[in-house]
Write a protein that binds this ligand. Structure first.
Ligand SMILES: CC(C)(COP(=O)(O)OP(=O)(O)OC[C@H]1O[C@@H](n2cnc3c(N)ncnc32)[C@H](O)[C@@H]1OP(=O)(O)O)[C@@H](O)C(=O)NCCC(=O)NCCS
Length: 159
């Protein structure tokens, strides 16, 4: 059975099963992968952030993180392990970030994505994110970044 939930204390270490899985996901999906401490610190609750993990049974097979900056929730990571893609986990993680953002002061969820990242752009399109700008040659290999945004419905429940 799959599930999505926020990562809570005690946080994984780089030798725990969750930590090993998160590092493997980071190395498989990032040009310049972070270590576990930096990866989790970027979106820690004490900086108004969140880390969500998707599990298949107990194993971490996906993660998403975001941080509140002013009135915008910035997506830091969204990744699903290769063998678990196209099963709705990316969408569930994205929906989880929107739900988190709706409990903050965020009025929009924003992110940057490679202009040629077709799977991610397809996911964002079905989830209702719209292209809001382009940063030419944003990535070290010269690829453009697209800026995507979706408004956040007001939850009304507060934090
Ligand atoms: C982008 C990513 C997170 C999508 O995760 P996922 O779990 O496969 O996505 P989902 O199964 O929830 O897909 C939901 C919908 O998005 C669209 N979609 C997702 N991947 C797609 C693909 N490869 N081709 C076409 N459409 C795709 C489809 O409409 C899909 O619905 P469907 O399967 O019913 O057709 C995953 O491909 C990934 O981890 N990529 C590497 C990391 C990355 O690029 N992250 C984004 C950084 S901004």
């Amino acid at each position: 059975m799959t599930s999505v939930a926020a990562l809570t204390a005690p946080l994984p270490t780089d030798v725990s099963p969750d930590g090993v899985a998160l590092l493997a996901l980071e190395r498989a999906t990032q040009d310049r992968p972070l270590g576990l401490v930096a990866l989790l610190a970027e979106a820690a609750p004490d900086v108004d952030g969140v880390v969500l993990v998707a599990r298949d049974e107990d194993a971490v097979v996906g993660m998403a993180s975001a941080r509140l900056l002013g009135s915008e929730a910035h997506v830091i990571r969204l990744a699903v392990e290769g063998a678990h893609r196209r099963r709705g986990l990316g969408r569930a993680l994205l929906d989880g970030l929107v739900a988190w953002a709706s409990r903050t002061d965020a009025r929009a969820l924003v992110l940057e994505v490679r202009a040629g990242n077709d799977p991610a752009l397809a996911l964002y399109a079905v989830a209702g994110l719209v292209v809001d700008g382009r940063r030419p040659r944003y990535y070290p290999d010269g690829e453009d970044a697209l800026l995507l945004r979706c408004p956040i419905p007001v939850d009304g429940g507060g934090r």
